[in-house]
Design a protein around this ligand. Structure first.
Ligand code: C6P
Length: 408
């Protein structure tokens, strides 16, 4: 495992008490905490070289432009994109998926076509496709999950026909923790002539991700879930696809030339970055990528495998608990949703908060999935590089307290 004692020194926010108890932060799937390296990179930008990018012929602007573009290269390298031109900065994964839905979906999907998504998608990778389907008349079909909380690949094959234009799937479920066999999805989709959009909001922060070996056509991710600042995210798209797509938003920055009659678009990726971008946030994301690369994504994954293994073992001993998601750690990541018999998930979260433990409760923006599971809400603990086994012990103790308090 990674030495979380050392790692925790880099995260100032973790060194505090909540309700008189040392904070245990188990909500990284919603948003991760930030290391000093990220905070300092953004601070340094604002203190020493803030200026707009791609515009000024003066030193501050040139320095800001260089740092902004360097961050893009770091992201490209992190996911092994073929070129930095394939990385478009966005505010988050949601915006990246909407970019594809607007600029590619509405252009390429017609009433004859089908879009496939899984039943475990976050609303961010579901509602945009419902909208595209509603506007174009295309059919939206769902790849079912089985009793192991994995995708039913036989059902996927049955749904895949020549009408399917897009398969939009998550890399890792934010509720079940399920890791999808992305390469298998892609091989079958491509054989059927469909493109694949991968929602990497939960996968990219926790799993080594290589877009070329996965051969996905688009990948969306959020910076704030991978140690970066809020307001940072990115879209990866294969260059030939991005080249063919019209812009999503229009205005300054994204043009090459404007006349009274019209405009010509800038080259990639600037064509998709209208207006002044989130410069500090991109620089912060670059620092986050450096931090994760320094740890090594294989080590990040291994650390979370150990945490998840221990958590599943300890949690399964809690009386009256129901855990949603695969049992085997090689098939899942460190987001564990559960319910305690007779207790509402919000009550569980509120009691844990009294013990200084932060978890999330609700439908986690996956309402159809919760409907399928027959529950309105779940409690969810999720881990990252700074979490330790002793924090799982604290979680289990607090759940026992919750059960006793409510007489469960
Ligand atoms: N899930 C969670 O607590 P944004 O909000 O754009 O940064 O990320 C959207 C998103 C997309 N896909 C998946 C699989 C996600 O988990 C998320 C965000 C958070 O689970 C907030 S709802």
């Amino acid at each position: 495992m990674l030495d979380s004692c050392i790692i925790r020194q880099d995260f100032p926010i973790l060194h505090q008490s909540i309700n008189g108890k040392p904070l245990v932060y188990l909500d990284s799937a919603a948003s991760s905490q930030k290391p000093l390296a990220v905070i300092q990179a953004m601070d340094e930008y604002y203190r020493s070289y803030h200026a707009n990018v791609h515009r000024g012929i003066y030193q501050l602007s040139e320095r800001a432009t260089e740092a902004y573009e360097q961050a893009r290269c770091k992201v490209a390298q992190f996911i092994n994109a073929d070129s930095w031109r394939e990385i478009v900065f966005t505010r988050n994964a949601t915006e990246a998926i909407n970019l594809v839905a607007y600029a590619w979906g509405r252009r390429n999907i017609t009433a004859k076509d089908k879009i496939l998504v899984t039943e475990m998608e976050h609303h961010a990778n579901l509602v945009p496709w419902q909208q595209v389907a509603a506007e174009t008349g295309a059919q939206l079909a769902y790849i079912p999950i089985d009793e192991r909380f994995c995708c039913d690949m036989g059902a996927y094959d049955a749904l895949l026909d020549e009408r399917v234009k897009l398969v939009a799937i998550t890399q890792m479920s934010n509720v079940l923790g399920t890791i999808l066999p992305v390469r298998e999805f892609v091989t079958r989709a491509h054989a059927a002539g469909a493109l694949v959009l991968l929602d990497g909001a939960q996968g990219v922060p926790h799993l080594p991700t290589d877009v070329q070996s996965l051969d996905v056509d688009f990948l969306a991710a959020s910076g704030h879930k991978m140690l970066g600042p809020t307001g940072s995210g990115f879209l990866y798209g294969k260059r030939h696809l991005l080249e063919q797509m019209p812009p999503f938003l229009t205005g300054g920055e994204m043009i090459r030339r404007v006349t009274w009659e019209g405009a010509e678009w800038n080259e990639l990726p600037h064509k998709f970055e209208a207006g002044t971008p989130s410069i500090a946030e991109a620089i912060g994301l670059g620092a986050a990528v450096d931090y994760l690369s320094g740890l090594g994504m294989e080590n990040v994954r291994q650390h979370e495998v150990e945490l998840t293994r221990y958590a599943l073992e300890r949690l399964s001993q809690v009386e009256g608990i129901c855990i949603y998601g695969p049992q085997q750690v090689d098939m899942r990541g460190g987001a564990i949703a559960f319910n305690l018999n007779g207790l509402h998930a919000h009550d569980v979260a509120a009691i844990l908060d009294r013990e200084g433990i932060a978890i999330r409760a609700g439908h986690h923006c996956a309402m159809p999935l919760h409907q399928k599971m027959g529950v309105m809400a779940t409690a969810r603990a999720s881990f990252y590089v700074y979490n330790e086994l002793t924090e799982i012990d604290r979680l289990v103790e607090a759940l026992d307290t919750a059960r006793r308090l409510f007489g469960g």
